[in-house]
Write a protein that binds this ligand. Structure first.
Ligand code: FUB
Ligand code: ZN
Length: 604
Protein backbone atom coordinates (compact mmCIF):
# COMPACT_ATOMS: atom_id res chain seq x y z
CA UNK A 1 0.00 0.00 0.00
CA UNK A 2 1.07 3.56 -0.65
CA UNK A 3 -0.15 6.54 1.30
CA UNK A 4 -1.64 9.31 -0.82
CA UNK A 5 0.55 12.40 -0.67
CA UNK A 6 -0.95 15.41 1.05
CA UNK A 7 -0.45 17.46 -2.11
CA UNK A 8 -3.41 15.48 -3.51
CA UNK A 9 -5.50 15.99 -0.37
CA UNK A 10 -7.42 19.09 0.68
CA UNK A 11 -8.65 19.45 4.22
CA UNK A 12 -11.93 21.22 3.69
CA UNK A 13 -13.59 21.65 7.05
CA UNK A 14 -14.00 20.74 10.69
CA UNK A 15 -11.38 20.42 13.39
CA UNK A 16 -8.39 20.10 11.09
CA UNK A 17 -9.24 23.00 8.83
CA UNK A 18 -9.21 25.23 11.89
CA UNK A 19 -5.97 23.79 13.21
CA UNK A 20 -4.34 24.20 9.82
CA UNK A 21 -5.56 27.80 9.55
CA UNK A 22 -3.91 28.65 12.87
CA UNK A 23 -0.79 26.80 11.76
CA UNK A 24 -0.66 28.77 8.50
CA UNK A 25 -1.75 32.20 9.74
CA UNK A 26 -0.08 32.24 13.15
CA UNK A 27 2.44 29.46 13.80
CA UNK A 28 4.40 29.89 10.57
CA UNK A 29 4.95 33.60 11.28
CA UNK A 30 5.43 33.28 15.03
CA UNK A 31 8.13 30.63 14.65
CA UNK A 32 9.81 32.62 11.89
CA UNK A 33 9.89 35.78 14.03
CA UNK A 34 11.38 33.96 17.00
CA UNK A 35 13.99 32.32 14.78
CA UNK A 36 14.81 35.66 13.16
CA UNK A 37 15.14 37.41 16.53
CA UNK A 38 17.39 34.63 17.82
CA UNK A 39 19.66 34.94 14.75
CA UNK A 40 18.93 31.51 13.36
CA UNK A 41 18.10 32.87 9.90
CA UNK A 42 20.99 35.38 9.95
CA UNK A 43 23.40 32.57 10.75
CA UNK A 44 22.90 31.22 7.22
CA UNK A 45 24.94 34.20 5.96
CA UNK A 46 27.98 32.64 7.65
CA UNK A 47 29.43 35.99 8.68
CA UNK A 48 29.84 35.28 12.39
CA UNK A 49 33.35 36.02 13.76
CA UNK A 50 35.13 34.80 16.88
CA UNK A 51 34.31 37.07 19.84
CA UNK A 52 30.89 38.12 18.53
CA UNK A 53 27.69 37.19 20.40
CA UNK A 54 25.19 34.65 19.05
CA UNK A 55 27.55 32.07 17.71
CA UNK A 56 25.56 29.80 15.38
CA UNK A 57 24.56 26.70 17.30
CA UNK A 58 25.38 23.24 15.94
CA UNK A 59 21.76 22.52 15.02
CA UNK A 60 20.27 25.90 14.16
CA UNK A 61 20.31 24.84 10.50
CA UNK A 62 17.88 22.07 11.35
CA UNK A 63 15.50 24.56 12.98
CA UNK A 64 15.52 26.78 9.91
CA UNK A 65 15.27 23.78 7.58
CA UNK A 66 12.16 22.46 9.36
CA UNK A 67 10.66 25.92 9.15
CA UNK A 68 11.36 26.06 5.39
CA UNK A 69 9.84 22.61 5.00
CA UNK A 70 6.69 23.67 6.86
CA UNK A 71 6.43 26.97 4.99
CA UNK A 72 6.84 25.13 1.68
CA UNK A 73 3.93 22.84 2.55
CA UNK A 74 1.80 25.87 3.34
CA UNK A 75 2.34 27.10 -0.22
CA UNK A 76 -0.07 24.34 -1.21
CA UNK A 77 -2.88 26.51 0.18
CA UNK A 78 -2.14 29.24 -2.38
CA UNK A 79 0.49 31.76 -3.33
CA UNK A 80 2.14 33.29 -0.29
CA UNK A 81 4.69 35.92 -1.18
CA UNK A 82 5.76 36.58 2.40
CA UNK A 83 6.70 32.95 3.05
CA UNK A 84 8.21 32.54 -0.41
CA UNK A 85 10.46 35.57 0.06
CA UNK A 86 11.79 34.21 3.34
CA UNK A 87 12.45 30.79 1.82
CA UNK A 88 14.18 32.28 -1.23
CA UNK A 89 16.36 34.49 0.93
CA UNK A 90 17.38 31.53 3.08
CA UNK A 91 18.08 29.44 -0.01
CA UNK A 92 20.20 32.28 -1.49
CA UNK A 93 22.34 32.25 1.63
CA UNK A 94 22.67 28.47 1.76
CA UNK A 95 23.70 28.32 -1.90
CA UNK A 96 26.09 31.25 -1.63
CA UNK A 97 27.86 29.80 1.39
CA UNK A 98 28.00 26.14 0.45
CA UNK A 99 31.67 25.33 -0.05
CA UNK A 100 33.28 23.97 -3.20
CA UNK A 101 32.23 20.43 -2.20
CA UNK A 102 28.60 21.36 -1.66
CA UNK A 103 29.03 21.20 2.12
CA UNK A 104 26.88 23.57 4.16
CA UNK A 105 26.72 23.99 7.92
CA UNK A 106 26.36 27.46 9.39
CA UNK A 107 28.09 26.43 12.61
CA UNK A 108 31.11 24.54 11.29
CA UNK A 109 31.71 26.92 8.37
CA UNK A 110 32.34 29.82 10.75
CA UNK A 111 33.73 28.10 13.81
CA UNK A 112 35.58 24.94 12.84
CA UNK A 113 36.50 24.96 9.17
CA UNK A 114 38.98 22.14 9.57
CA UNK A 115 36.81 19.88 11.63
CA UNK A 116 34.10 18.85 9.19
CA UNK A 117 32.89 15.34 9.87
CA UNK A 118 35.18 14.79 12.83
CA UNK A 119 32.60 14.88 15.67
CA UNK A 120 29.78 12.40 15.36
CA UNK A 121 27.86 14.00 18.20
CA UNK A 122 27.72 17.43 16.61
CA UNK A 123 24.73 17.08 14.32
CA UNK A 124 26.28 17.84 10.91
CA UNK A 125 24.54 14.95 9.20
CA UNK A 126 21.34 15.63 11.12
CA UNK A 127 21.32 19.22 9.83
CA UNK A 128 22.18 17.98 6.35
CA UNK A 129 19.19 15.64 6.47
CA UNK A 130 16.79 18.39 7.48
CA UNK A 131 18.14 20.66 4.74
CA UNK A 132 17.54 17.86 2.23
CA UNK A 133 13.98 17.36 3.46
CA UNK A 134 13.39 21.11 3.12
CA UNK A 135 14.81 21.13 -0.40
CA UNK A 136 12.62 18.20 -1.44
CA UNK A 137 9.56 19.88 0.06
CA UNK A 138 10.22 23.18 -1.70
CA UNK A 139 10.85 21.42 -4.99
CA UNK A 140 7.71 19.30 -4.67
CA UNK A 141 5.54 22.30 -3.86
CA UNK A 142 6.97 24.78 -6.38
CA UNK A 143 9.02 22.91 -8.98
CA UNK A 144 11.94 25.23 -8.17
CA UNK A 145 15.02 23.06 -8.12
CA UNK A 146 18.09 25.12 -7.23
CA UNK A 147 17.88 24.19 -3.53
CA UNK A 148 17.29 20.56 -4.44
CA UNK A 149 20.30 20.55 -6.75
CA UNK A 150 22.47 22.08 -4.05
CA UNK A 151 21.38 19.42 -1.58
CA UNK A 152 22.09 16.71 -4.17
CA UNK A 153 25.64 18.05 -4.41
CA UNK A 154 25.85 17.93 -0.63
CA UNK A 155 24.55 14.35 -0.60
CA UNK A 156 27.10 13.41 -3.28
CA UNK A 157 29.85 14.85 -1.10
CA UNK A 158 28.59 12.90 1.92
CA UNK A 159 28.59 9.76 -0.21
CA UNK A 160 32.19 10.43 -1.23
CA UNK A 161 33.44 11.12 2.29
CA UNK A 162 31.51 8.42 4.15
CA UNK A 163 30.95 5.61 1.69
CA UNK A 164 33.56 5.86 -1.04
CA UNK A 165 36.65 7.30 0.64
CA UNK A 166 35.62 6.53 4.22
CA UNK A 167 37.66 9.53 5.29
CA UNK A 168 35.33 10.84 8.03
CA UNK A 169 36.18 10.26 11.68
CA UNK A 170 33.01 8.23 12.17
CA UNK A 171 30.92 5.87 10.07
CA UNK A 172 27.22 6.61 10.60
CA UNK A 173 25.16 9.63 11.65
CA UNK A 174 25.10 10.36 15.39
CA UNK A 175 21.62 11.88 15.41
CA UNK A 176 19.67 9.94 12.78
CA UNK A 177 17.61 11.88 10.22
CA UNK A 178 19.84 11.74 7.15
CA UNK A 179 18.76 8.15 6.49
CA UNK A 180 15.11 9.07 5.96
CA UNK A 181 16.05 12.31 4.18
CA UNK A 182 18.19 10.45 1.63
CA UNK A 183 15.22 8.25 0.84
CA UNK A 184 13.16 11.36 0.20
CA UNK A 185 15.94 12.76 -1.99
CA UNK A 186 15.96 9.51 -3.91
CA UNK A 187 12.20 9.65 -4.46
CA UNK A 188 12.34 13.29 -5.58
CA UNK A 189 15.22 12.78 -8.02
CA UNK A 190 15.04 9.13 -9.01
CA UNK A 191 18.79 8.87 -8.21
CA UNK A 192 19.19 5.40 -6.74
CA UNK A 193 22.55 6.22 -5.17
CA UNK A 194 20.79 8.22 -2.47
CA UNK A 195 18.77 5.17 -1.48
CA UNK A 196 21.98 3.15 -1.58
CA UNK A 197 23.68 5.64 0.72
CA UNK A 198 20.77 5.48 3.15
CA UNK A 199 20.95 1.69 3.08
CA UNK A 200 24.70 1.89 3.65
CA UNK A 201 24.22 3.93 6.83
CA UNK A 202 21.48 1.58 8.05
CA UNK A 203 23.64 -1.47 7.32
CA UNK A 204 26.66 -0.05 9.13
CA UNK A 205 24.88 1.43 12.16
CA UNK A 206 25.84 -0.21 15.45
CA UNK A 207 28.90 -1.98 14.04
CA UNK A 208 31.78 0.48 14.38
CA UNK A 209 34.09 1.39 17.21
CA UNK A 210 34.62 4.88 15.78
CA UNK A 211 30.89 5.47 16.21
CA UNK A 212 31.09 5.56 19.98
CA UNK A 213 30.02 8.97 21.26
CA UNK A 214 32.94 11.38 21.19
CA UNK A 215 32.39 13.57 24.23
CA UNK A 216 32.20 10.84 26.85
CA UNK A 217 28.78 11.89 28.18
CA UNK A 218 26.67 9.20 26.63
CA UNK A 219 26.66 5.43 26.52
CA UNK A 220 26.14 3.28 23.45
CA UNK A 221 22.36 3.27 23.82
CA UNK A 222 22.01 7.02 23.33
CA UNK A 223 22.51 6.87 19.55
CA UNK A 224 21.27 3.30 19.18
CA UNK A 225 24.84 2.02 18.77
CA UNK A 226 24.68 -1.05 20.97
CA UNK A 227 23.98 -3.54 18.17
CA UNK A 228 23.41 -3.77 14.40
CA UNK A 229 19.94 -2.52 13.54
CA UNK A 230 18.63 -5.82 12.21
CA UNK A 231 19.17 -7.35 15.66
CA UNK A 232 17.12 -4.79 17.55
CA UNK A 233 14.34 -6.08 19.79
CA UNK A 234 13.61 -2.97 21.80
CA UNK A 235 13.75 0.77 21.31
CA UNK A 236 16.50 2.30 23.40
CA UNK A 237 18.20 5.59 24.00
CA UNK A 238 17.25 9.05 22.85
CA UNK A 239 13.65 8.81 21.62
CA UNK A 240 13.75 11.19 18.67
CA UNK A 241 16.94 9.59 17.43
CA UNK A 242 15.52 6.10 17.84
CA UNK A 243 12.33 6.97 15.99
CA UNK A 244 13.92 8.90 13.13
CA UNK A 245 16.23 5.95 12.68
CA UNK A 246 13.24 3.57 12.64
CA UNK A 247 11.67 5.76 9.94
CA UNK A 248 14.82 5.39 7.85
CA UNK A 249 14.90 1.65 8.53
CA UNK A 250 11.27 1.31 7.42
CA UNK A 251 11.97 3.31 4.25
CA UNK A 252 14.96 1.14 3.37
CA UNK A 253 13.07 -2.05 4.24
CA UNK A 254 10.28 -1.01 1.86
CA UNK A 255 12.56 0.02 -0.98
CA UNK A 256 14.72 -3.12 -0.81
CA UNK A 257 12.10 -5.63 0.32
CA UNK A 258 14.32 -6.24 3.37
CA UNK A 259 12.37 -8.63 5.60
CA UNK A 260 14.97 -8.66 8.39
CA UNK A 261 14.93 -4.92 8.68
CA UNK A 262 11.14 -4.86 8.61
CA UNK A 263 11.02 -7.47 11.36
CA UNK A 264 13.28 -5.26 13.50
CA UNK A 265 10.96 -2.31 12.84
CA UNK A 266 7.95 -4.38 13.88
CA UNK A 267 9.64 -5.57 17.07
CA UNK A 268 10.56 -2.02 18.03
CA UNK A 269 7.08 -0.74 17.19
CA UNK A 270 5.57 -3.44 19.42
CA UNK A 271 7.99 -2.72 22.23
CA UNK A 272 7.35 1.02 22.13
CA UNK A 273 3.59 0.94 21.75
CA UNK A 274 2.99 -2.10 23.94
CA UNK A 275 5.25 -1.15 26.84
CA UNK A 276 6.83 2.28 26.60
CA UNK A 277 4.27 4.72 25.28
CA UNK A 278 2.12 7.12 27.26
CA UNK A 279 -1.63 7.05 26.69
CA UNK A 280 -1.11 10.32 24.82
CA UNK A 281 1.22 8.75 22.25
CA UNK A 282 4.09 10.58 23.93
CA UNK A 283 7.34 8.65 24.39
CA UNK A 284 10.38 9.23 26.55
CA UNK A 285 10.13 8.58 30.27
CA UNK A 286 13.09 10.63 31.39
CA UNK A 287 14.71 13.91 30.53
CA UNK A 288 18.07 12.29 31.27
CA UNK A 289 19.20 11.59 27.73
CA UNK A 290 15.62 12.36 26.56
CA UNK A 291 15.22 8.65 26.49
CA UNK A 292 13.33 5.41 26.74
CA UNK A 293 13.94 3.70 30.08
CA UNK A 294 12.30 0.42 31.13
CA UNK A 295 9.15 -1.32 30.03
CA UNK A 296 6.13 0.14 31.88
CA UNK A 297 8.15 2.99 33.40
CA UNK A 298 5.79 5.87 32.58
CA UNK A 299 5.99 8.60 35.22
CA UNK A 300 3.42 11.32 34.68
CA UNK A 301 4.73 14.43 36.41
CA UNK A 302 8.27 14.09 35.09
CA UNK A 303 7.32 12.69 31.69
CA UNK A 304 9.71 13.87 29.03
CA UNK A 305 7.42 13.01 26.08
CA UNK A 306 9.02 15.51 23.71
CA UNK A 307 6.73 16.90 21.03
CA UNK A 308 9.29 15.87 18.39
CA UNK A 309 9.22 12.30 19.73
CA UNK A 310 5.42 12.06 19.37
CA UNK A 311 5.75 13.45 15.85
CA UNK A 312 8.48 10.93 15.09
CA UNK A 313 6.27 8.11 16.39
CA UNK A 314 3.49 9.27 14.08
CA UNK A 315 5.91 9.40 11.14
CA UNK A 316 7.10 5.88 11.94
CA UNK A 317 3.53 4.57 12.33
CA UNK A 318 2.57 6.08 8.98
CA UNK A 319 5.45 4.23 7.35
CA UNK A 320 4.56 0.91 9.03
CA UNK A 321 1.03 1.21 7.70
CA UNK A 322 2.40 1.13 4.18
CA UNK A 323 3.50 -2.48 4.70
CA UNK A 324 -0.15 -3.52 4.85
CA UNK A 325 -3.37 -2.18 6.33
CA UNK A 326 -3.17 -3.02 10.01
CA UNK A 327 -5.35 -0.82 12.14
CA UNK A 328 -2.93 -0.82 15.06
CA UNK A 329 -0.49 1.38 13.16
CA UNK A 330 -3.18 3.90 12.30
CA UNK A 331 -4.44 3.69 15.90
CA UNK A 332 -1.06 4.74 17.28
CA UNK A 333 -0.79 7.49 14.72
CA UNK A 334 -4.20 8.78 15.75
CA UNK A 335 -3.33 8.57 19.43
CA UNK A 336 -0.22 10.69 18.96
CA UNK A 337 -2.00 13.06 16.60
CA UNK A 338 -4.88 14.07 18.88
CA UNK A 339 -2.94 14.04 22.11
CA UNK A 340 0.85 14.13 22.47
CA UNK A 341 1.45 16.10 19.28
CA UNK A 342 -1.32 18.69 19.54
CA UNK A 343 -0.48 19.34 23.19
CA UNK A 344 2.83 20.68 21.91
CA UNK A 345 1.24 23.86 20.57
CA UNK A 346 -1.06 26.38 22.24
CA UNK A 347 -4.57 26.88 20.91
CA UNK A 348 -3.54 30.27 19.52
CA UNK A 349 -0.61 28.68 17.69
CA UNK A 350 2.05 30.92 19.21
CA UNK A 351 3.71 28.93 21.94
CA UNK A 352 4.99 25.44 22.47
CA UNK A 353 5.80 22.66 24.84
CA UNK A 354 8.98 20.67 24.40
CA UNK A 355 8.11 18.20 27.17
CA UNK A 356 4.47 17.15 27.50
CA UNK A 357 3.85 15.95 31.06
CA UNK A 358 0.69 14.06 31.96
CA UNK A 359 0.42 15.75 35.31
CA UNK A 360 1.29 19.25 36.50
CA UNK A 361 1.61 20.55 40.01
CA UNK A 362 3.16 24.02 39.66
CA UNK A 363 4.39 23.95 43.27
CA UNK A 364 6.88 21.25 42.35
CA UNK A 365 8.68 23.48 39.88
CA UNK A 366 9.73 25.87 42.63
CA UNK A 367 10.01 23.50 45.52
CA UNK A 368 12.82 23.84 48.02
CA UNK A 369 15.54 21.28 48.04
CA UNK A 370 18.59 21.15 50.23
CA UNK A 371 20.84 22.31 47.41
CA UNK A 372 20.56 25.17 44.95
CA UNK A 373 20.38 22.63 42.22
CA UNK A 374 16.76 21.92 41.28
CA UNK A 375 15.32 18.64 40.22
CA UNK A 376 13.90 18.82 36.76
CA UNK A 377 10.18 19.19 36.26
CA UNK A 378 8.70 20.10 32.90
CA UNK A 379 7.69 23.75 32.54
CA UNK A 380 4.04 24.52 33.26
CA UNK A 381 3.39 27.03 30.46
CA UNK A 382 4.18 26.88 26.77
CA UNK A 383 6.82 29.33 25.55
CA UNK A 384 7.44 30.96 22.18
CA UNK A 385 10.95 29.68 21.62
CA UNK A 386 13.49 27.46 23.36
CA UNK A 387 17.27 27.49 23.24
CA UNK A 388 16.84 24.01 21.83
CA UNK A 389 13.85 24.81 19.63
CA UNK A 390 13.42 21.68 17.55
CA UNK A 391 9.75 21.18 18.43
CA UNK A 392 8.04 24.38 17.14
CA UNK A 393 9.10 24.01 13.48
CA UNK A 394 8.45 20.27 13.70
CA UNK A 395 4.84 21.00 14.68
CA UNK A 396 4.64 23.51 11.83
CA UNK A 397 5.75 21.05 9.15
CA UNK A 398 3.77 18.18 10.61
CA UNK A 399 0.43 19.99 10.82
CA UNK A 400 0.89 21.51 7.37
CA UNK A 401 1.36 18.04 5.89
CA UNK A 402 -1.05 16.08 8.09
CA UNK A 403 -3.00 15.18 4.95
CA UNK A 404 -0.25 12.60 4.29
CA UNK A 405 -1.80 10.23 6.79
CA UNK A 406 -5.42 10.02 5.65
CA UNK A 407 -5.56 7.77 2.61
CA UNK A 408 -3.76 4.91 0.92
CA UNK A 409 -4.12 2.83 -2.23
CA UNK A 410 -2.95 -0.50 -3.55
CA UNK A 411 -3.89 -2.32 -6.76
CA UNK A 412 -7.53 -2.89 -5.94
CA UNK A 413 -8.32 -1.05 -2.69
CA UNK A 414 -8.72 2.50 -1.51
CA UNK A 415 -7.98 2.88 2.21
CA UNK A 416 -9.21 5.47 4.68
CA UNK A 417 -6.89 5.56 7.67
CA UNK A 418 -7.85 8.78 9.43
CA UNK A 419 -11.06 10.76 9.33
CA UNK A 420 -10.86 14.43 8.44
CA UNK A 421 -13.32 16.50 6.44
CA UNK A 422 -11.41 16.45 3.17
CA UNK A 423 -11.22 15.75 -0.53
CA UNK A 424 -8.61 13.78 -2.42
CA UNK A 425 -7.65 13.52 -6.04
CA UNK A 426 -7.13 9.87 -6.92
CA UNK A 427 -5.25 8.55 -9.93
CA UNK A 428 -8.54 7.34 -11.33
CA UNK A 429 -11.16 9.50 -9.65
CA UNK A 430 -12.08 11.47 -6.57
CA UNK A 431 -12.83 10.99 -2.92
CA UNK A 432 -14.72 13.25 -0.52
CA UNK A 433 -15.12 12.70 3.21
CA UNK A 434 -17.59 14.81 5.17
CA UNK A 435 -17.33 14.63 8.92
CA UNK A 436 -17.08 16.57 12.15
CA UNK A 437 -14.78 13.86 13.55
CA UNK A 438 -13.63 13.69 16.28
CA UNK A 439 -16.47 15.88 17.58
CA UNK A 440 -18.66 12.96 16.56
CA UNK A 441 -18.25 9.68 14.71
CA UNK A 442 -20.49 10.21 11.67
CA UNK A 443 -18.62 10.00 8.38
CA UNK A 444 -20.02 10.32 4.88
CA UNK A 445 -17.75 9.04 2.13
CA UNK A 446 -18.35 9.73 -1.57
CA UNK A 447 -15.97 8.17 -4.03
CA UNK A 448 -15.63 7.70 -7.75
CA UNK A 449 -12.92 5.18 -8.59
CA UNK A 450 -12.26 1.97 -10.50
CA UNK A 451 -10.88 0.35 -7.34
CA UNK A 452 -12.85 -2.74 -6.39
CA UNK A 453 -12.89 -2.12 -2.63
CA UNK A 454 -12.92 0.57 -0.03
CA UNK A 455 -11.32 -0.20 3.34
CA UNK A 456 -12.41 2.08 6.16
CA UNK A 457 -10.54 1.94 9.43
CA UNK A 458 -12.54 1.01 12.48
CA UNK A 459 -10.43 2.49 15.28
CA UNK A 460 -9.28 0.12 18.01
CA UNK A 461 -11.11 2.23 20.59
CA UNK A 462 -14.47 1.81 18.82
CA UNK A 463 -16.68 -0.95 20.23
CA UNK A 464 -19.75 -0.36 18.13
CA UNK A 465 -20.18 1.00 14.63
CA UNK A 466 -22.58 0.95 11.70
CA UNK A 467 -22.02 0.95 7.95
CA UNK A 468 -24.75 1.35 5.36
CA UNK A 469 -23.23 -1.50 3.32
CA UNK A 470 -22.26 -5.11 3.89
CA UNK A 471 -18.64 -5.31 4.95
CA UNK A 472 -15.93 -7.72 5.89
CA UNK A 473 -13.84 -6.82 8.93
CA UNK A 474 -10.12 -7.57 8.80
CA UNK A 475 -7.21 -6.18 10.86
CA UNK A 476 -9.11 -3.10 11.95
CA UNK A 477 -10.52 -2.22 8.52
CA UNK A 478 -14.04 -2.78 7.20
CA UNK A 479 -13.86 -3.76 3.51
CA UNK A 480 -16.74 -2.70 1.28
CA UNK A 481 -17.25 -3.59 -2.39
CA UNK A 482 -17.29 -0.57 -4.68
CA UNK A 483 -19.40 -0.12 -7.79
CA UNK A 484 -17.70 2.86 -9.48
CA UNK A 485 -19.58 5.64 -7.80
CA UNK A 486 -20.44 5.13 -4.17
CA UNK A 487 -21.77 6.84 -1.08
CA UNK A 488 -20.88 5.10 2.14
CA UNK A 489 -21.93 6.09 5.62
CA UNK A 490 -19.96 5.09 8.66
CA UNK A 491 -21.07 5.78 12.20
CA UNK A 492 -18.49 5.16 14.90
CA UNK A 493 -20.08 5.25 18.32
CA UNK A 494 -18.09 7.46 20.59
CA UNK A 495 -19.28 7.17 24.20
CA UNK A 496 -17.03 8.55 26.90
CA UNK A 497 -15.04 5.66 28.32
CA UNK A 498 -12.72 4.99 31.22
CA UNK A 499 -9.40 3.38 30.41
CA UNK A 500 -6.96 1.81 32.81
CA UNK A 501 -3.26 1.10 32.36
CA UNK A 502 -1.60 -2.29 32.51
CA UNK A 503 -1.07 -3.16 36.18
CA UNK A 504 2.69 -3.03 35.63
CA UNK A 505 2.42 0.72 35.14
CA UNK A 506 2.67 1.32 38.86
CA UNK A 507 2.33 5.07 38.49
CA UNK A 508 -1.25 4.72 37.22
CA UNK A 509 -2.38 1.98 39.63
CA UNK A 510 -5.96 2.51 40.79
CA UNK A 511 -6.47 5.34 38.34
CA UNK A 512 -8.36 5.76 35.11
CA UNK A 513 -8.05 7.99 32.10
CA UNK A 514 -11.15 9.44 30.48
CA UNK A 515 -11.34 9.20 26.69
CA UNK A 516 -13.84 10.00 24.03
CA UNK A 517 -12.97 8.62 20.62
CA UNK A 518 -9.25 9.16 20.14
CA UNK A 519 -9.11 12.12 22.50
CA UNK A 520 -7.70 11.82 26.02
CA UNK A 521 -9.17 14.19 28.60
CA UNK A 522 -7.63 15.80 31.66
CA UNK A 523 -8.75 17.83 34.69
CA UNK A 524 -7.30 21.25 35.38
CA UNK A 525 -7.20 23.23 38.62
CA UNK A 526 -8.66 26.27 36.91
CA UNK A 527 -11.95 24.35 36.48
CA UNK A 528 -11.88 22.06 39.47
CA UNK A 529 -9.99 23.66 42.33
CA UNK A 530 -6.89 22.34 44.08
CA UNK A 531 -5.52 18.86 44.68
CA UNK A 532 -6.69 17.42 41.41
CA UNK A 533 -5.00 14.09 42.06
CA UNK A 534 -7.25 13.51 45.07
CA UNK A 535 -10.45 13.76 43.03
CA UNK A 536 -12.18 10.53 42.08
CA UNK A 537 -14.40 10.06 39.09
CA UNK A 538 -17.50 7.86 39.37
CA UNK A 539 -16.88 4.41 37.91
CA UNK A 540 -20.23 4.30 36.18
CA UNK A 541 -20.13 8.06 35.60
CA UNK A 542 -22.45 9.83 33.25
CA UNK A 543 -20.68 12.47 31.22
CA UNK A 544 -22.36 15.50 29.70
CA UNK A 545 -20.80 17.16 26.67
CA UNK A 546 -20.26 20.89 27.13
CA UNK A 547 -19.37 23.57 24.62
CA UNK A 548 -15.75 24.55 25.02
CA UNK A 549 -13.26 27.03 23.66
CA UNK A 550 -11.03 24.16 22.53
CA UNK A 551 -12.76 23.00 19.30
CA UNK A 552 -14.00 19.78 20.89
CA UNK A 553 -16.49 19.42 23.72
CA UNK A 554 -15.46 19.51 27.36
CA UNK A 555 -16.95 16.85 29.65
CA UNK A 556 -18.85 17.30 32.88
CA UNK A 557 -19.44 14.57 35.44
CA UNK A 558 -19.67 14.09 39.18
CA UNK A 559 -16.37 13.99 41.03
CA UNK A 560 -15.60 13.09 44.64
CA UNK A 561 -13.05 15.00 46.62
CA UNK A 562 -11.95 14.15 50.18
CA UNK A 563 -13.20 16.76 52.64
CA UNK A 564 -10.64 19.39 53.62
CA UNK A 565 -8.87 18.63 56.91
CA UNK A 566 -6.06 20.26 58.85
CA UNK A 567 -4.64 16.95 59.98
CA UNK A 568 -2.03 15.14 58.02
CA UNK A 569 -3.58 11.71 58.58
CA UNK A 570 -7.18 10.85 59.48
CA UNK A 571 -9.11 7.64 59.89
CA UNK A 572 -10.43 6.54 56.55
CA UNK A 573 -14.14 7.15 56.01
CA UNK A 574 -16.48 7.94 53.22
CA UNK A 575 -16.06 11.62 53.87
CA UNK A 576 -16.09 12.96 50.32
CA UNK A 577 -17.78 15.99 48.85
CA UNK A 578 -19.46 15.72 45.50
CA UNK A 579 -18.21 18.28 43.02
CA UNK A 580 -18.97 19.02 39.39
CA UNK A 581 -15.88 17.70 37.63
CA UNK A 582 -14.94 19.32 34.33
CA UNK A 583 -12.55 17.68 31.91
CA UNK A 584 -11.01 19.19 28.80
CA UNK A 585 -9.10 17.59 25.93
CA UNK A 586 -5.55 16.92 27.11
CA UNK A 587 -4.13 18.74 24.10
CA UNK A 588 -5.68 21.96 25.44
CA UNK A 589 -4.15 21.91 28.92
CA UNK A 590 -2.21 24.98 30.08
CA UNK A 591 -4.03 27.40 27.81
CA UNK A 592 -5.53 29.37 30.70
CA UNK A 593 -2.55 30.20 32.86
CA UNK A 594 -0.49 28.10 35.24
CA UNK A 595 -2.67 25.55 37.00
CA UNK A 596 -2.67 21.98 38.24
CA UNK A 597 -3.43 19.24 35.75
CA UNK A 598 -4.02 15.51 36.04
CA UNK A 599 -4.92 12.98 33.41
CA UNK A 600 -4.99 9.77 35.44
CA UNK A 601 -7.81 10.13 37.98
CA UNK A 602 -8.89 8.03 40.91
CA UNK A 603 -12.02 5.96 40.42
CA UNK A 604 -14.77 5.79 43.05
O1 FUB B 1 19.45 17.18 19.11
C1 FUB B 1 18.53 17.77 18.21
C2 FUB B 1 17.16 17.75 18.80
O2 FUB B 1 17.17 18.48 20.02
C3 FUB B 1 16.66 16.40 19.18
O3 FUB B 1 16.02 15.73 18.16
C4 FUB B 1 15.75 16.72 20.29
O4 FUB B 1 15.40 15.60 21.06
C5 FUB B 1 16.55 17.73 21.05
O5 FUB B 1 17.51 17.10 21.83
ZN1 ZN C 1 11.80 18.72 19.76
Amino acid sequence: MKNIDFSDVNITGGFWKKRQEVNREVTAHAVYERFRETHRFAALACTWKEGEPDMPHIFWDSDVAKWIEGAAYILKDGENQALTDIIEDAVDKILKNSDENGYFNSHFLVTRQNEHFTHRGQHELYCAGHLMEAAVAYYNMTGRDRFLKAMCRYADYIEKVFKIEKSAAFTTPGHPELELALMRLYRATGEKRYAELSKYFIDEHGKHENDREDDGLFNEYYNQDEMPLRDRKTAEGHCVRALYLLCGMADVAKEYGDGELLAACRRCFDNITGKRMYITGGVGSTCVGEAFTLDYDLPNRTAYAETCAAIALALFSGRMLEFGAEGRYADVLERALYNGILSGVSMDGRSFFYENPLEVDPAFNDRNTSTVQKEHFPITQRVEVFDCSCCPPNILRFLASVGNFLYGVDEDTLYIHQYMDSEAVLEDGTLAVRTAYPADGKILISCRTAKARLAVRIPGWCESFRLNRPYELKNGYAYVTLTGEDEIEVDLEMPVRLVRANRRVHEDAGRVAVMRGPVVYCAEGVDNGPDIRSIAVAGDGQFALLDSEFLLPALRTVGYRPKETEELYVKDSDDYEEIPLTLIPYYAFANRGTTEMALWLLKK
